[in-house]
Design a protein around this ligand. Structure first.
Ligand SMILES: [Mg+2]
Length: 128
């Protein structure tokens, strides 16, 4: 049995491969999507235990992706953590008000990521 199923929505291939390698090594089942639209479709079809959502994506951004997940009964309660690249002062209020279950700053910490993911999945299980 895997430690949990994580959907990673990230358009940067190097970040994606890093996150995938670290989480798979820690026993997680990892699914990848390069756009918010793709990620939402994938999550609705088969809801994961956690979504890691890059904010800056081609097409819909991560906030729109979160809203789409919250709007669908299949994924309404799935925890969604934002991966934030840089300080975006003009977007900050929108991002903070969006209601993500966490905001993790990139670059991600290879050492901390498995623990962060474990904690986020645990919190999700307690609240649903
Ligand atoms: Mg990006």
């Amino acid at each position: 049995m895997s430690s949990g199923r994580v959907l990673v929505v990230e358009d940067n291939e190097r970040n994606m491969e890093l996150v995938r390698a670290v989480l798979e090594h820690a026993g997680y089942e990892v699914r990848a999507a390069g756009t918010a639209e793709e990620g939402v479709t994938d999550a609705v079809r088969d809801p994961p235990d956690l979504v890691l959502m890059d904010l800056q994506l081609p097409g819909q951004d991560g906030v729109s992706g979160l809203q789409a997940l919250r709007a669908d009964p299949a994924t309404r309660d799935v925890p969604v953590v934002a991966l934030t690249a840089l300080a975006m002062p003009e977007d900050r209020a929108r991002v903070e008000g969006a209601g993500f279950d966490g905001y993790w700053e990139k670059p991600i910490s290879v050492r901390d990521l498995p623990h962060q993911v474990h904690a986020a999945i645990d919190r999700g299980r307690q609240t649903t």
